[in-house]
Design a protein around this ligand. Structure first.
Ligand code: HEM
Length: 221
């Protein structure tokens, strides 16, 4: 990292660095074949259940590590909020999409979980993972929920994952979230490390999509 870049980084707000630093990966996630097919209504119930089963593993880790870290680490405490927790919503949705239960073997989910567990070393790393999932769920996730509802004529059944009962307005919530990130007292090297971990988190999501994308033939509807 050049001295100039470090200087620029120390001046920029962390939330802007996180967004800019993941812009390319965000586009790649949107353009993954699984997401494209899902949002075109061409993935069946089994495909969506397989996605939720992977997300379940990820959120179990995200939410248990988050509760532990927020008690001791100020950076984790700045982002942690029980109002965001998704595990109960995922379980409610799985009861709709996979009523007979289900389990998945997923190397991609296992690798993602291991990386989240490793963030116990420092709340900054945890914040990167928290941001990547929850700010996404509060953003593009809202449109994904509406599309699923339309394609499968769900009438709101099975899309609890996209509903934040305690956060009626995502926009002001996201503004407050970014303000809390930006108020953290972090040095340039710490900010750079967080942005790098956001990129890692996006890569782990991409790996989930690639794993699911390999099954698209069986998921066709
Ligand atoms: C097809 C899938 C996706 C669509 C259509 C989508 C769409 C969007 C949109 C429109 C925003 C901007 C919202 C705003 O300005 O407030 C956004 C933000 C975001 N998305 Fe996505 N997204 C998708 C997939 C993902 C994935 C897979 C992730 C990561 C797991 C993700 C993470 C984020 C994050 C972290 C933000 C917040 C950016 C920021 O303002 O800092 N998105 N998304």
């Amino acid at each position: 990292m050049s001295a100039l870049l470090v200087d620029e980084t120390s001046a920029a707000p962390l939330s802007a660095l996180m967004r800019e630093g993941s812009r390319i990966q965000h586009t790649a996630a949107e353009n993954s074949s699984f997401m494209e097919e899902l949002l075109a209504g061409r993935v069946n119930e089994q495909g969506y259940a397989d996605y939720l089963l992977r997300l379940r593993k990820v959120y179990v880790a995200l939410e248990s590590v988050g509760r532990d870290l927020a008690a001791t680490d100020p950076v984790a405490a700045a982002v942690h909020d029980a109002a965001l927790e998704r595990l109960a919503a995922i379980d409610a949705d799985l009861a709709v999409w996979a009523p007979d239960g289900g389990a998945v073997e997923s190397a991609a989910a296992d690798a993602y979980v291991a990386r989240i567990e490793a963030t116990r070393a420092w709340g900054g790393l945890y914040a990167a993972h928290h941001y990547t999932r929850y700010l996404g769920d509060l953003s593009g996730g809202q449109a994904i929920g509406r599309l699923l509802d339309r394609f499968f004529e769900l009438d709101g059944e099975g899309v609890a994952f996209y509903e934040f009962a305690e956060i009626p307005k995502p926009k002001p919530y996201k503004d407050g979230y970014r303000a809390r990130l930006d108020a953290l007292d972090l040095g340039p090297a710490e900010k750079i490390r967080i942005v790098e971990e956001v990129q890692v988190a996006f890569g782990l999501n991409q790996a989930l999509f690639e794993e699911l994308g390999a099954n698209l033939d069986t998921y066709r509807r």
